[in-house]
Design a protein around this ligand. Structure first.
Ligand code: FAD
Length: 410
Protein backbone atom coordinates (compact mmCIF):
# COMPACT_ATOMS: atom_id res chain seq x y z
CA UNK A 1 0.00 0.00 0.00
CA UNK A 2 1.21 3.50 -0.79
CA UNK A 3 2.09 5.75 2.16
CA UNK A 4 2.03 8.89 0.05
CA UNK A 5 3.28 12.26 1.29
CA UNK A 6 3.73 12.96 4.99
CA UNK A 7 4.15 16.58 6.02
CA UNK A 8 5.51 17.53 9.45
CA UNK A 9 4.10 20.92 10.44
CA UNK A 10 0.55 22.14 9.91
CA UNK A 11 1.44 25.84 9.52
CA UNK A 12 1.15 28.04 6.47
CA UNK A 13 3.55 25.99 4.32
CA UNK A 14 2.48 22.51 5.45
CA UNK A 15 -1.18 23.31 4.83
CA UNK A 16 -0.47 24.89 1.42
CA UNK A 17 1.48 21.84 0.30
CA UNK A 18 -1.40 19.49 1.15
CA UNK A 19 -3.87 21.75 -0.68
CA UNK A 20 -1.58 22.26 -3.71
CA UNK A 21 -0.88 18.54 -4.03
CA UNK A 22 -4.59 17.88 -4.43
CA UNK A 23 -4.93 20.82 -6.86
CA UNK A 24 -2.10 19.34 -8.94
CA UNK A 25 -3.94 15.99 -9.11
CA UNK A 26 -1.95 14.02 -6.51
CA UNK A 27 -4.03 10.96 -5.65
CA UNK A 28 -1.98 9.10 -3.02
CA UNK A 29 -2.52 9.59 0.73
CA UNK A 30 -1.53 12.90 2.34
CA UNK A 31 -0.87 13.07 6.09
CA UNK A 32 -0.30 16.32 7.98
CA UNK A 33 1.30 15.98 11.43
CA UNK A 34 1.20 19.07 13.64
CA UNK A 35 1.94 19.70 17.30
CA UNK A 36 -0.53 22.60 17.66
CA UNK A 37 -4.15 21.84 18.51
CA UNK A 38 -6.99 22.53 16.09
CA UNK A 39 -7.10 23.25 12.39
CA UNK A 40 -4.22 24.89 10.47
CA UNK A 41 -4.33 28.68 10.78
CA UNK A 42 -2.45 31.73 9.55
CA UNK A 43 -0.06 33.61 11.84
CA UNK A 44 0.02 37.16 10.40
CA UNK A 45 -3.27 38.26 12.07
CA UNK A 46 -1.90 37.20 15.49
CA UNK A 47 0.00 40.47 15.84
CA UNK A 48 -2.73 42.49 14.10
CA UNK A 49 -6.54 41.99 13.97
CA UNK A 50 -6.67 38.76 16.01
CA UNK A 51 -5.11 40.53 18.99
CA UNK A 52 -8.14 42.79 18.99
CA UNK A 53 -11.08 40.60 17.99
CA UNK A 54 -10.16 37.03 19.08
CA UNK A 55 -12.23 35.17 16.51
CA UNK A 56 -10.49 31.84 15.74
CA UNK A 57 -12.65 31.24 12.66
CA UNK A 58 -11.11 34.34 11.03
CA UNK A 59 -7.60 32.87 11.10
CA UNK A 60 -8.36 29.26 10.12
CA UNK A 61 -6.98 28.44 6.69
CA UNK A 62 -9.86 26.05 5.84
CA UNK A 63 -12.80 24.45 7.68
CA UNK A 64 -12.67 20.82 8.80
CA UNK A 65 -14.80 19.75 5.82
CA UNK A 66 -11.99 20.78 3.44
CA UNK A 67 -9.66 18.15 4.90
CA UNK A 68 -12.34 15.44 4.79
CA UNK A 69 -13.37 16.33 1.25
CA UNK A 70 -9.79 16.29 -0.01
CA UNK A 71 -8.72 13.15 1.78
CA UNK A 72 -6.09 14.94 3.85
CA UNK A 73 -5.44 13.15 7.13
CA UNK A 74 -4.77 15.61 9.93
CA UNK A 75 -2.84 14.16 12.87
CA UNK A 76 -2.94 16.91 15.52
CA UNK A 77 -1.99 17.68 18.14
CA UNK A 78 0.87 15.27 17.71
CA UNK A 79 4.61 15.85 17.73
CA UNK A 80 7.01 14.09 15.38
CA UNK A 81 10.06 13.03 17.40
CA UNK A 82 12.15 11.03 14.96
CA UNK A 83 12.69 10.08 11.33
CA UNK A 84 13.89 6.63 10.32
CA UNK A 85 15.23 7.35 6.85
CA UNK A 86 16.11 3.74 6.10
CA UNK A 87 12.57 2.47 6.67
CA UNK A 88 10.92 5.80 5.70
CA UNK A 89 8.96 6.12 8.93
CA UNK A 90 8.18 9.07 11.23
CA UNK A 91 7.92 8.36 14.95
CA UNK A 92 5.51 10.42 17.03
CA UNK A 93 5.47 11.40 20.70
CA UNK A 94 2.47 9.21 21.54
CA UNK A 95 4.25 6.14 20.16
CA UNK A 96 2.86 6.14 16.62
CA UNK A 97 4.82 5.23 13.47
CA UNK A 98 3.75 6.83 10.19
CA UNK A 99 5.29 5.57 6.96
CA UNK A 100 5.99 7.86 4.00
CA UNK A 101 6.96 7.65 0.36
CA UNK A 102 7.98 11.31 0.48
CA UNK A 103 8.46 13.38 3.64
CA UNK A 104 8.26 17.17 3.80
CA UNK A 105 9.64 19.09 6.76
CA UNK A 106 7.51 22.20 7.32
CA UNK A 107 8.45 22.68 10.95
CA UNK A 108 8.71 26.47 10.85
CA UNK A 109 10.55 28.46 13.48
CA UNK A 110 10.23 29.30 17.16
CA UNK A 111 10.88 32.52 19.00
CA UNK A 112 14.43 33.18 20.10
CA UNK A 113 14.90 33.53 23.85
CA UNK A 114 17.66 36.01 24.60
CA UNK A 115 19.84 35.11 27.62
CA UNK A 116 18.37 37.78 29.90
CA UNK A 117 18.39 36.94 33.62
CA UNK A 118 14.84 36.74 34.97
CA UNK A 119 13.29 36.11 31.57
CA UNK A 120 11.14 33.31 33.00
CA UNK A 121 9.23 35.84 35.18
CA UNK A 122 5.46 35.99 35.00
CA UNK A 123 4.06 38.50 32.52
CA UNK A 124 6.94 37.98 30.08
CA UNK A 125 5.33 36.86 26.81
CA UNK A 126 6.24 35.83 23.32
CA UNK A 127 4.08 35.71 20.17
CA UNK A 128 4.18 32.82 17.72
CA UNK A 129 0.98 30.84 18.19
CA UNK A 130 -2.73 31.53 18.59
CA UNK A 131 -2.38 30.45 22.23
CA UNK A 132 0.38 33.06 22.70
CA UNK A 133 -1.91 35.71 21.18
CA UNK A 134 -4.78 34.72 23.49
CA UNK A 135 -2.49 35.04 26.55
CA UNK A 136 -1.21 38.41 25.37
CA UNK A 137 -4.72 39.75 24.78
CA UNK A 138 -5.70 38.68 28.27
CA UNK A 139 -2.59 40.34 29.76
CA UNK A 140 -3.42 43.59 27.97
CA UNK A 141 -6.70 43.76 29.90
CA UNK A 142 -4.73 43.75 33.18
CA UNK A 143 -1.56 45.69 32.36
CA UNK A 144 -0.99 49.34 31.48
CA UNK A 145 2.74 49.73 30.96
CA UNK A 146 4.01 47.52 28.16
CA UNK A 147 7.65 46.92 27.29
CA UNK A 148 8.50 45.35 23.93
CA UNK A 149 11.98 43.86 23.51
CA UNK A 150 12.78 44.01 19.81
CA UNK A 151 11.98 46.63 17.17
CA UNK A 152 11.34 44.18 14.32
CA UNK A 153 8.08 43.54 12.45
CA UNK A 154 6.26 41.61 15.17
CA UNK A 155 7.33 43.83 18.06
CA UNK A 156 6.24 46.94 16.17
CA UNK A 157 2.93 45.51 14.93
CA UNK A 158 2.11 44.54 18.51
CA UNK A 159 3.25 47.95 19.80
CA UNK A 160 0.94 49.71 17.33
CA UNK A 161 -2.06 47.66 18.52
CA UNK A 162 -1.23 48.15 22.21
CA UNK A 163 -0.62 51.89 22.01
CA UNK A 164 -3.82 52.39 20.00
CA UNK A 165 -5.71 50.59 22.78
CA UNK A 166 -4.44 53.18 25.26
CA UNK A 167 -1.43 51.40 26.76
CA UNK A 168 1.86 53.08 27.55
CA UNK A 169 4.28 51.30 25.25
CA UNK A 170 8.08 51.36 25.10
CA UNK A 171 10.05 49.45 22.48
CA UNK A 172 13.69 48.64 23.28
CA UNK A 173 15.88 47.72 20.31
CA UNK A 174 19.61 46.93 20.35
CA UNK A 175 20.15 48.16 16.78
CA UNK A 176 20.22 51.89 16.15
CA UNK A 177 17.22 51.75 13.82
CA UNK A 178 13.93 49.86 13.49
CA UNK A 179 13.58 46.62 11.44
CA UNK A 180 17.26 47.07 10.56
CA UNK A 181 17.75 43.50 9.34
CA UNK A 182 15.07 43.81 6.65
CA UNK A 183 14.51 47.38 5.49
CA UNK A 184 16.45 50.42 4.32
CA UNK A 185 17.56 53.23 6.64
CA UNK A 186 15.12 55.63 4.94
CA UNK A 187 12.18 53.28 5.61
CA UNK A 188 13.31 52.71 9.21
CA UNK A 189 13.24 56.44 9.71
CA UNK A 190 9.66 56.73 8.35
CA UNK A 191 8.55 54.08 10.82
CA UNK A 192 10.40 55.71 13.72
CA UNK A 193 8.37 58.85 13.08
CA UNK A 194 5.10 56.90 12.74
CA UNK A 195 5.53 55.04 16.04
CA UNK A 196 6.58 58.18 17.91
CA UNK A 197 3.54 60.00 16.53
CA UNK A 198 1.36 57.14 17.78
CA UNK A 199 2.79 57.73 21.25
CA UNK A 200 5.21 54.80 21.54
CA UNK A 201 8.54 55.48 23.22
CA UNK A 202 11.44 54.04 21.23
CA UNK A 203 14.78 53.28 22.88
CA UNK A 204 17.26 52.41 20.14
CA UNK A 205 20.87 51.27 20.37
CA UNK A 206 20.44 49.73 23.85
CA UNK A 207 19.74 46.20 25.00
CA UNK A 208 17.86 44.80 28.00
CA UNK A 209 20.21 43.17 30.54
CA UNK A 210 17.78 42.01 33.21
CA UNK A 211 14.19 41.78 34.43
CA UNK A 212 13.08 43.46 37.65
CA UNK A 213 10.64 41.28 39.58
CA UNK A 214 8.31 41.30 42.54
CA UNK A 215 7.47 37.79 43.73
CA UNK A 216 8.29 36.34 40.31
CA UNK A 217 6.20 38.90 38.46
CA UNK A 218 7.93 41.39 36.18
CA UNK A 219 7.81 45.07 37.17
CA UNK A 220 10.34 46.45 34.73
CA UNK A 221 13.62 45.89 32.91
CA UNK A 222 17.20 47.02 33.36
CA UNK A 223 18.86 48.48 30.26
CA UNK A 224 22.49 48.07 29.19
CA UNK A 225 23.11 51.76 29.85
CA UNK A 226 22.10 51.24 33.50
CA UNK A 227 18.67 52.87 33.22
CA UNK A 228 15.57 51.21 34.65
CA UNK A 229 12.32 51.03 32.71
CA UNK A 230 9.12 50.34 34.61
CA UNK A 231 6.50 48.05 33.08
CA UNK A 232 3.93 45.47 34.11
CA UNK A 233 4.28 43.22 31.08
CA UNK A 234 7.03 42.43 28.58
CA UNK A 235 6.76 41.06 25.04
CA UNK A 236 9.89 39.31 23.79
CA UNK A 237 10.09 39.87 20.04
CA UNK A 238 13.76 39.26 19.43
CA UNK A 239 13.69 37.13 16.31
CA UNK A 240 13.21 33.42 15.62
CA UNK A 241 15.26 30.24 15.25
CA UNK A 242 14.41 27.59 12.62
CA UNK A 243 13.12 24.25 13.94
CA UNK A 244 15.84 22.00 12.54
CA UNK A 245 16.38 19.45 15.34
CA UNK A 246 14.45 16.62 13.66
CA UNK A 247 16.41 17.08 10.43
CA UNK A 248 19.71 17.29 12.26
CA UNK A 249 19.01 14.13 14.26
CA UNK A 250 18.14 12.36 10.99
CA UNK A 251 21.55 13.31 9.57
CA UNK A 252 20.35 15.93 7.06
CA UNK A 253 22.50 18.98 6.35
CA UNK A 254 21.59 21.98 8.52
CA UNK A 255 23.12 25.48 8.37
CA UNK A 256 20.82 28.27 9.58
CA UNK A 257 17.95 26.08 8.36
CA UNK A 258 17.52 22.71 6.70
CA UNK A 259 19.70 22.91 3.60
CA UNK A 260 17.74 22.38 0.37
CA UNK A 261 18.54 22.79 -3.33
CA UNK A 262 16.68 24.85 -5.95
CA UNK A 263 14.01 22.12 -6.07
CA UNK A 264 13.62 22.35 -2.26
CA UNK A 265 14.98 18.82 -1.85
CA UNK A 266 17.31 17.88 1.01
CA UNK A 267 20.31 15.60 0.60
CA UNK A 268 17.85 12.67 0.95
CA UNK A 269 15.83 12.31 -2.30
CA UNK A 270 12.80 11.24 -0.26
CA UNK A 271 12.76 14.34 1.96
CA UNK A 272 12.04 18.01 1.13
CA UNK A 273 11.83 21.07 3.37
CA UNK A 274 10.04 24.40 3.02
CA UNK A 275 9.20 27.72 4.64
CA UNK A 276 10.74 29.22 7.76
CA UNK A 277 12.82 26.11 8.49
CA UNK A 278 14.47 25.81 5.06
CA UNK A 279 17.71 27.41 3.82
CA UNK A 280 17.37 27.56 0.03
CA UNK A 281 19.53 29.05 -2.76
CA UNK A 282 18.62 32.66 -3.50
CA UNK A 283 17.50 32.51 -7.17
CA UNK A 284 19.43 35.72 -7.89
CA UNK A 285 22.80 35.04 -6.21
CA UNK A 286 22.74 31.30 -5.47
CA UNK A 287 23.69 32.05 -1.83
CA UNK A 288 21.69 30.18 0.83
CA UNK A 289 18.94 32.30 2.38
CA UNK A 290 16.09 31.67 4.77
CA UNK A 291 12.98 33.83 4.58
CA UNK A 292 10.35 34.12 7.29
CA UNK A 293 7.33 35.04 5.20
CA UNK A 294 3.99 33.67 4.07
CA UNK A 295 5.07 34.13 0.45
CA UNK A 296 8.18 31.95 0.80
CA UNK A 297 6.31 29.19 2.67
CA UNK A 298 3.40 29.06 0.21
CA UNK A 299 5.49 29.41 -2.97
CA UNK A 300 7.87 26.70 -1.70
CA UNK A 301 4.83 24.48 -1.09
CA UNK A 302 3.48 25.05 -4.61
CA UNK A 303 6.89 24.27 -6.14
CA UNK A 304 7.17 21.01 -4.17
CA UNK A 305 3.62 20.03 -5.15
CA UNK A 306 4.49 20.55 -8.82
CA UNK A 307 7.66 18.46 -8.49
CA UNK A 308 5.89 15.61 -6.70
CA UNK A 309 3.34 15.49 -9.49
CA UNK A 310 6.00 15.40 -12.19
CA UNK A 311 5.97 19.03 -13.36
CA UNK A 312 8.66 21.72 -13.65
CA UNK A 313 9.54 22.79 -10.19
CA UNK A 314 12.53 25.11 -9.81
CA UNK A 315 11.85 27.68 -7.12
CA UNK A 316 12.61 31.13 -8.50
CA UNK A 317 9.82 33.36 -7.16
CA UNK A 318 10.44 37.03 -6.42
CA UNK A 319 10.26 37.32 -2.61
CA UNK A 320 7.67 39.69 -1.20
CA UNK A 321 6.50 40.57 2.30
CA UNK A 322 4.08 42.86 4.10
CA UNK A 323 3.68 44.30 7.57
CA UNK A 324 0.70 46.28 8.87
CA UNK A 325 1.55 48.86 11.53
CA UNK A 326 -1.35 51.15 12.51
CA UNK A 327 -2.67 52.69 9.28
CA UNK A 328 0.53 51.94 7.33
CA UNK A 329 0.94 48.90 5.09
CA UNK A 330 4.61 48.27 4.40
CA UNK A 331 5.23 46.04 1.39
CA UNK A 332 8.60 44.80 0.22
CA UNK A 333 9.23 43.30 -3.21
CA UNK A 334 12.56 41.62 -3.86
CA UNK A 335 15.39 40.65 -1.57
CA UNK A 336 17.84 43.40 -0.66
CA UNK A 337 21.23 42.00 0.21
CA UNK A 338 24.44 44.08 0.23
CA UNK A 339 22.74 47.03 -1.43
CA UNK A 340 24.99 50.01 -2.15
CA UNK A 341 22.46 52.73 -3.01
CA UNK A 342 18.87 53.68 -2.34
CA UNK A 343 16.46 56.25 -3.70
CA UNK A 344 13.56 57.43 -1.53
CA UNK A 345 10.40 59.16 -2.77
CA UNK A 346 7.49 60.65 -0.86
CA UNK A 347 4.35 61.35 -2.86
CA UNK A 348 1.99 64.15 -1.95
CA UNK A 349 -0.80 61.72 -0.99
CA UNK A 350 1.40 60.04 1.66
CA UNK A 351 2.61 57.07 -0.40
CA UNK A 352 6.29 56.39 0.23
CA UNK A 353 8.72 54.34 -1.85
CA UNK A 354 12.34 53.31 -1.42
CA UNK A 355 14.24 51.72 -4.32
CA UNK A 356 17.30 49.67 -3.31
CA UNK A 357 20.16 48.97 -5.71
CA UNK A 358 23.37 47.03 -6.04
CA UNK A 359 25.80 48.17 -8.73
CA UNK A 360 23.03 50.03 -10.52
CA UNK A 361 20.61 47.06 -10.59
CA UNK A 362 17.28 47.16 -8.77
CA UNK A 363 17.16 44.55 -5.96
CA UNK A 364 14.11 45.57 -3.94
CA UNK A 365 11.34 48.13 -3.65
CA UNK A 366 9.80 49.09 -0.31
CA UNK A 367 6.45 50.89 -0.32
CA UNK A 368 4.03 52.32 2.22
CA UNK A 369 0.33 52.34 1.28
CA UNK A 370 1.20 51.93 -2.40
CA UNK A 371 -0.22 48.57 -3.49
CA UNK A 372 -0.11 49.42 -7.22
CA UNK A 373 3.60 50.26 -7.13
CA UNK A 374 4.29 47.13 -5.07
CA UNK A 375 2.63 44.94 -7.71
CA UNK A 376 4.52 46.76 -10.48
CA UNK A 377 7.79 46.15 -8.61
CA UNK A 378 7.05 42.44 -8.35
CA UNK A 379 6.46 42.30 -12.10
CA UNK A 380 9.62 44.25 -12.91
CA UNK A 381 11.78 42.16 -10.60
CA UNK A 382 10.70 39.04 -12.50
CA UNK A 383 12.22 40.45 -15.71
CA UNK A 384 15.23 38.24 -16.66
CA UNK A 385 17.33 41.25 -17.71
CA UNK A 386 16.57 43.04 -14.44
CA UNK A 387 15.91 46.75 -14.11
CA UNK A 388 18.57 49.43 -13.91
CA UNK A 389 18.62 52.60 -11.89
CA UNK A 390 18.94 54.53 -15.15
CA UNK A 391 15.75 53.00 -16.58
CA UNK A 392 13.89 54.05 -13.44
CA UNK A 393 15.47 57.52 -13.32
CA UNK A 394 14.53 58.10 -16.98
CA UNK A 395 10.90 57.53 -15.89
CA UNK A 396 11.25 59.73 -12.84
CA UNK A 397 10.89 56.53 -10.75
CA UNK A 398 7.31 56.03 -11.98
CA UNK A 399 7.51 52.27 -11.54
CA UNK A 400 3.94 51.56 -12.66
CA UNK A 401 4.43 53.26 -16.02
CA UNK A 402 7.76 51.47 -16.55
CA UNK A 403 6.15 48.09 -15.78
CA UNK A 404 3.34 48.87 -18.24
CA UNK A 405 5.74 49.91 -21.03
CA UNK A 406 7.94 46.86 -20.58
CA UNK A 407 4.88 44.63 -20.67
CA UNK A 408 3.75 46.25 -23.92
CA UNK A 409 7.22 45.71 -25.38
CA UNK A 410 7.48 42.05 -24.37
P1 FAD B 1 4.82 27.77 10.60
O1 FAD B 1 3.64 28.52 10.11
O2 FAD B 1 5.54 28.27 11.80
O3 FAD B 1 4.38 26.26 10.87
C1 FAD B 1 5.24 25.30 11.41
C2 FAD B 1 4.40 24.34 12.25
O4 FAD B 1 5.17 23.17 12.51
C3 FAD B 1 4.02 24.90 13.60
O5 FAD B 1 2.67 24.69 13.86
C4 FAD B 1 4.91 24.10 14.56
O6 FAD B 1 4.35 24.03 15.86
C5 FAD B 1 4.94 22.77 13.85
N1 FAD B 1 6.00 21.86 14.24
C6 FAD B 1 7.32 22.15 14.47
N2 FAD B 1 8.00 21.04 14.82
C7 FAD B 1 7.10 20.01 14.83
C8 FAD B 1 7.21 18.63 15.12
N3 FAD B 1 8.36 18.08 15.47
N4 FAD B 1 6.08 17.88 15.04
C9 FAD B 1 4.88 18.43 14.67
N5 FAD B 1 4.74 19.75 14.39
C10 FAD B 1 5.83 20.53 14.46
N6 FAD B 1 4.70 36.82 7.35
C11 FAD B 1 4.34 37.68 6.37
O7 FAD B 1 4.69 37.44 5.21
N7 FAD B 1 3.63 38.82 6.67
C12 FAD B 1 3.22 39.11 7.94
O8 FAD B 1 2.59 40.15 8.16
C13 FAD B 1 3.56 38.20 8.98
N8 FAD B 1 3.16 38.42 10.25
C14 FAD B 1 3.46 37.51 11.22
C15 FAD B 1 3.00 37.74 12.52
C16 FAD B 1 3.29 36.82 13.52
C17 FAD B 1 2.79 37.07 14.93
C18 FAD B 1 4.07 35.67 13.24
C19 FAD B 1 4.42 34.69 14.33
C20 FAD B 1 4.54 35.44 11.95
C21 FAD B 1 4.23 36.36 10.93
N9 FAD B 1 4.67 36.17 9.63
C22 FAD B 1 4.32 37.04 8.64
C23 FAD B 1 5.54 35.02 9.28
C24 FAD B 1 4.75 33.86 8.71
O9 FAD B 1 3.62 33.58 9.50
C25 FAD B 1 5.67 32.64 8.64
O10 FAD B 1 6.74 32.97 7.77
C26 FAD B 1 4.92 31.42 8.13
O11 FAD B 1 3.95 31.04 9.05
C27 FAD B 1 5.90 30.28 7.90
O12 FAD B 1 5.20 29.12 7.57
P2 FAD B 1 5.82 27.69 7.88
O13 FAD B 1 4.82 26.70 7.42
O14 FAD B 1 7.21 27.62 7.39
O15 FAD B 1 5.94 27.63 9.48
Amino acid sequence: MKNGVVIIGTGQGGFQLAASLRQEGFEDPITLIGDEPGLPYQRPPLSKAYLKDARPETIQLRPESFFERNGIRLVAPERAIGIDRADKVVETLTGGFIGYDHLVLATGARNATPPIPGIEAENVFSLRTATDADRLRDALTRCRKVIVIGGGFIGLEFAAVAVSAGHRVTVVETATRLMARAISPAMSEHFRQLHEELGTTLILGTGVTGMLQDNGCVRGVRLADGNILEGDMVLLAAGVRPNTELAEAAGLAVANGIVVDALLGTSDPHISALGDCAAFPDPASGDPIRLESVQAATDHARAIARRLTGKAAHYDAVPWFWSDQAHWKLQIAGFARDTDAEHAIEREDGRKLVFRFKMGQLLAVETINAAGEHMAARKLLRRPAGVTRKELADRDFDISSLAKTLKELS
